[in-house]
Ligand binder design. Structure first.
Ligand code: ADP
Ligand code: MG
Length: 546
C-alpha cells in the first residue's frame, strides 16, 4: 500500500512558482485556458489510444471536460475523462520542467514588473499558472491503464507538494482550485463561461458548465473557406497560438491530389526567437479526419518553417503512425513537399501583391527563409526570389529582391556583386565599393555572416554568379575614362620595390601585396584570396572554431 509522501519541487519550478505566486499580473484569467488545454490534450491522447485499439480503462466514458464553480467554498473544479496520470507521472509532470526554453522564460519574467504570463503555455509550464488564482491546488487523477490506482497531488505552491493514494476515481483528471481571496470572481459561473468562450471556444471536446455545453466551434480547417468569418479565423489563431496578437498572414487551402489535405497555416504577429527565447518548437499539428495524430509535429514541415502555427489534416496519413515512423515516412515527406510548396507560392504572391506587408514579414521572419536557403537544398531555389537585401541602389531601409537586381543589370554584366559589412554606413565608407561605383555597378549589401552562406550556397541566380566584392579575382570591365584614374608615376621596378617593402613591414600578416587597378580614392584594401569563403564567413568560422 502506497503512502502519502511530501516532495520538493525542482529548483526551476520553485523559482517559477515564486514569481507566479508573488507577482502582479496583466491577465490572470489565462490560467483557465491552460488547464482546459491540458484537459483537451489528455482527451486527444485517450481518443487516439482508443482508435488505435489500445486497451483502456473506462472505455464507455464520454470524452468531455466538466467545469464546476462553488461560490460558497470558493472553489473551481476542472475535470476531464482523458488519459490521466499515474503517481510517477504526477511527480514528473507537475514537479519538474522539461521544456528547454523555460530558463529564458524565467529570466524574461524576472525582468518585467507586471508579469505577462500569456506566453506560459508555449514554454510547457502552463499548469503552474493555476497558482496565480489558487492558494491551494488539488489534482486527483487516475491513469487509463487498467489496474492503476487513483492518486492525489496537493500543493500550496510554496516549495513542496504531497502525493498519495485516492479512492473512488474514474479515468481522467480532476483539478480543484481553492481560490485566493482576491480571486473569488473565478467562482462565478457567468465569468467562467465568458472566459471559456473567449479562450477555449475551439477545444474539440464538449466543455460542460451547469449541465450545458458552452464551447460551440467545430474544426474550422475542414470547413469551406467561404463560410468562415474573419473573427473565426482570428479566434482560431489565438486559440492555437496561445497569444493575443493577430497573425501576419493566413493560408487556408485544401487539395485532393497528390494527397488529400486540409491545411490552415498562420504566420504569427511576432517572432519570439528575435527576443532571445531560444529556438522555437514547431507549431503545426497533424490531424487525420479531425483526430490529432501529433501535436506540433516535428517532421511535418522543414525545420526552418518552425515559426508557422496551424493545422494540417490529411486522411492519407494512417492514424496509428508513430513519431519514429513519421520521420522516415515517405507519405510525410510528400505531405511536407506539398505544404512547403504551397506556402512558398503563397509568400511569392504576397510579396507581389503587397510588398509593404511582405517587408514587415521579411523583417520579422526573413531569418528563417535565409536559414532555409542556406540549409535546405530541396527548397533553396524557391526561396531565392523571396530573399530581400539592401543595396547600393536602395534607399536606407528599402529592400530589393534578386529579381530587382537582375532586371537592372548592365548588359554585359555576368555576376551579382555583394559585400558584407555590419551597416550600410560602414560598407559605404570602406574601399570595396569604389571600383563598382565608378562603373555604375549595383552591389548588394549583406549584414550578417548567414547572408554570405546563403549566397554562396545558392551559387547563382538566373544564371548570374554571386561574387563577393572582396574576392581577389573580381573581374571588372575597363573604365572608360581610364586615363584619368591611371596610377601614373611608378614604373615596374618601383612598384615591385614598394609592394615588397609593404609586405615585409606587415611582417607575415598578409600573404601577398599587389598593385591594384580597382582602387580609385583609397590607398589600399584587404582582399580575400580564399576563393570559397567571404571574409565575413571566415570570421564566423574562426569564432566557431575557437
Ligand atoms: P504542457 O501542457 O505544455 O506539457 P503543462 O505545465 O501545462 O505543460 O502540463 C505539464 C504536463 O502535465 C503535461 O504535459 C501533461 O503530461 C500533464 N498534465 C497536465 N494536466 C493534465 C491533465 N488534465 N491530464 C493529464 N495530464 C496532464
Ligand atoms: Mg499545458
Amino acid at each position: 500500500e502506497l503512502k502519502r509522501e511530501t516532495m520538493e519541487f525542482q529548483a526551476e519550478v520553485k523559482q517559477l512558482l515564486d514569481i507566479v505566486i508573488n507577482s502582479l499580473y496583466t491577465d490572470r484569467e489565462i490560467f483557465l485556458r491552460e488547464l482546459v488545454s491540458n484537459a483537451a490534450d489528455a482527451l486527444e491522447k485517450i481518443r487516439y489510444k482508443s482508435i488505435a485499439g489500445e486497451d483502456i480503462a473506462g472505455p464507455e466514458l464520454p470524452l468531455e471536460i466538466t467545469v464546476e464553480v462553488n461560490g460558497g467554498d470558493k472553489t473551481l473544479t476542472i475535470s476531464d475523462t482523458g488519459i490521466g496520470m499515474t503517481r510517477e507521472e504526477l511527480v514528473k509532470n507537475l514537479g519538474t520542467i522539461a521544456h528547454s526554453g523555460s530558463k529564458s522564460f524565467l529570466r524574461h519574467l524576472a525582468e518585467t514588473d507586471r508579469k505577462d504570463l500569456n506566453l506560459i503555455g508555449q514554454f510547457g509550464v502552463g499548469f503552474y499558472s493555476a497558482f496565480m488564482v489558487a492558494k491551494k491546488v488539488r489534482v486527483l487523477s487516475r491513469s487509463y491503464h487498467s489496474g492503476e490506482q487513483g492518486c492525489e497531488w496537493i500543493s500550496d505552491g510554496a516549495g513542496s507538494y504531497s502525493v498519495g493514494p485516492a479512492e473512488g476515481l474514474q479515468r481522467g483528471t480532476r483539478i480543484i482550485l481553492e481560490l485566493k481571496d482576491d480571486a473569488e470572481k473565478f467562482a462565478s459561473a457567468d465569468n467562467i463561461k465568458r472566459i471559456i468562450k473567449r479562450y477555449s471556444n475551439f477545444v474539440p471536446f464538449p466543455i460542460i458548465l451547469g449541465g450545458e455545453r458552452i464551447n460551440t466551434q467545430q474544426a474550422i480547417w475542414v470547413r469551406n473557406k467561404n463560410e468562415i468569418k474573419e473573427e473565426e479565423y482570428a479566434g482560431f489563431y489565438k486559440f492555437i497560438s496561445n497569444t493575443y496578437d493577430d497573425a501576419l498572414y493566413r493560408l487556408h487551402f485544401s487539395a485532393d491530389a497528390p494527397l488529400a489535405i486540409n491545411a490552415l497555416l498562420y504566420v504569427p504577429g511576432e517572432n519570439l526567437e528575435r527576443f532571445g527565447f531560444g529556438k522555437m518548437e514547431p507549431g503545426v499539428s497533424l490531424y487525420c479526419r479531425k483526430v490529432l495524430i501529433q501535436q506540433k509535429a516535428e517532421w511535418l514541415l522543414p525545420d526552418w518553417l518552425r515559426f508557422l502555427k496551424g493545422v494540417v489534416d490529411s486522411e492519407d496519413i494512417p492514424i496509428n503512425i508513430s513519431r519514429e515512423t513519421m520521420q522516415d515516412s515517405t507519405l510525410v515527406a510528400r505531405l511536407q513537399k506539398v505544404i512547403t510548396g504551397r506556402f512558398l507560392k503563397f509568400l511569392d504572391d504576397q510579396a507581389k501583391s503587397d510588398p509593404g506587408k511582405y517587408g514587415e514579414f521579411w523583417n520579422k521572419f526573413g531569418i528563417f527563409l535565409k536559414e532555409g536557403a542556406a540549409s535546405d537544398y530541396a527548397h533553396s531555389k524557391d526561396l531565392a526570389p523571396l530573399l530581400r537585401f539592401e543595396s547600393s541602389r536602395s534607399e536606407t531601409g528599402e529592400l530589393i529582391s534578386l529579381n530587382n537586381y537582375v532586371e537592372r543589370m548592365k548588359e554585359n554584366q555576368n555576376s551579382i556583386y555583394f559585400i558584407n559589412g555590419p551597416t550600410r554606413e560602414m560598407i559605404e565608407a570602406g574601399p570595396y565599393l569604389e571600383a563598382f561605383r565608378a562603373r555604375d555597378l549595383e552591389v548588394i549589401y549583406t549584414h550578417e555572416p548567414v547572408d554570405d552562406f546563403v549566397l554562396t550556397r545558392l551559387g547563382e541566380y538566373k544564371g548570374k554568379k554571386f561574387v563577393s566584392a572582396d574576392q581577389a579575382d573580381v573581374e571588372l570591365p575597363e573604365l572608360e575614362d581610364k586615363e584619368q584614374h591611371d596610377s601614373g608615376g611608378l614604373d615596374g621596378q618601383e612598384l615591385q620595390n614598394l609592394t615588397a617593402w609593404i609586405k615585409q613591414t606587415l611582417n607575415g600578416r598578409v600573404s601577398e601585396v599587389r598593385a591594384s587597378k580597382r582602387l580609385l580614392d583609397s590607398p589600399a584594401m584587404l582582399i580575400n584570396l580564399n576563393g570559397g569563403m567571404t571574409s565575413s564567413m571566415q570570421r564566423l568560422m574562426q569564432a566557431v572554431n575557437k
